[in-house]
Write a protein that binds this ligand. Sequence first.
Ligand code: KG4
Ligand code: ZN
Length: 339
Amino acid sequence: MTAKTKIILGIESSCDDTSAAILDGDQIRANIIAGQAVHEQFGGVVPELASRAHQENIIPVVSAALKEAQVTLQDIDAIAFTQGPGLMGSLTVGTSFAKALALSLKIPIVGVHHMKAHILAHLINDASDNKPTFPFLCLTVSGGHTQIVRVNNPLDMEILGSTIDDAAGEAFDKAAKMLGLPYPGGPLIDQLAPLGNPNAFQFARPQIPELNYSFSGLKTSILYTLQAAEKNDPTFRQTHLHDLCASIQNSIVTILLHKLEKAVLQTGIHCVAIAGGVSANSELRKRLLEKQLVGWRVSIPKMSYCTDNAAMIAMAGSFYLAQGRTLDQNASADPRLPW
Ligand code: KG4
Ligand code: ZN
């Protein structure tokens, strides 16, 4: 008789998405995500509004996940939750919920690092047709982080480089805001870029040593380009929207790939994955896949595992649980949870 696989409830509430997932072994049986439209009008996530919305969403989202997976609370073996990094108020909603539910069910809790979970999403059974093999390099690109990580095994990951200022997602969102697009602007730039010329505008390229990134110079360069052009044509942002989106996207993706290429050369590791919200970007996905022509083995997770989701939290939690890395009721959220 084969041993029963563990059923893990995953909870994600680090920023502005409330999500609950049910993992059975390495198979996701439900992954429910509730977004928060309330932030759009403010051009960014408002922490106080985010935690209130998590409070409203968490029980309906967990109930929907249980229903879709056709399991009851009594079937759950452990609860994995995002302990950090993220917004304190948002993280606290998920952490408190996980602790209270686990206490009532008398089951263990596992605290998960959000960025490591983005990487471990690759190990979910249906994450991609081309799973990475260890060791692999992962470009983790989200609204708060941009890193190149060497992944030796699910519990051993080493950061080889990271951004010294803005994250790639932040660069997309801030550029979009300058163009008058609503938050989050990254997906909108992605949608509008194919209608424009990616070489219409050239922006400053960062000169940062080693495998680190910087996006603050790009932001300033975009602003100066807009200001200079608007002296002659006040409608410039509207009339050149598509070319601007295409050129901004081209710049960000080129910057990301340049250091990734350097990391492949330095480490000799040709198995390369991407993770985090920006890995949903179609230009990044396309240009990375082209690297297969020069011998890279590329892993790109399916869209629902790219942006914030609880499936990745449950998956990461299953590795921690197998190692006995559970937390007690004194556990608290940590907005700056160390790597
Ligand atoms: O990982 P994620 O969902 O949340 C954080 O942990 O930050 O990443 C969100 C970021 C946002 O900055 C958003 O604009 C960006 O990912 N993003 C994209 C795309 N989809 C999401 N950026 C560019 N192109 C996309 N298709
Ligand atoms: Zn994320």
